[in-house]
Design a protein around this ligand. Structure first.
Ligand SMILES: [Zn+2]
Length: 79
């Protein structure tokens, strides 16, 4: 079980652990670190067979076609 942290002036102290922060850092510093915590939309292309949106370089999940031929049999009962 994790030891209960002691909070003093906004600084967390974890006794019994080798690493704990010496000083608190500012809200701005945390926010600046979290500017990289972004999600980007995955690229999608329209299937040449059925024009459903699908991932590039992958068989179409709707019709199972890739490079103009059927490579995967897509189950129709998968709901
Ligand atoms: Zn397709």
């Amino acid at each position: 079980m994790m030891p209960r942290p002691l909070v003093r002036d906004g600084v967390f102290f974890y006794y019994g652990r080798s690493n704990y922060p010496k000083r608190r850092h500012s809200k701005t510093r945390g926010a600046k670190r979290r500017t990289h915590y972004t999600v980007t939309a995955m690229a999608s292309v329209a299937c040449k067979n059925c024009s459903a949106p699908t991932l590039p370089h992958r068989a179409c999940t709707t019709c199972g076609y890739y490079k103009g031929r059927q490579v995967v049999v897509v189950r129709q009962d998968a709901e």
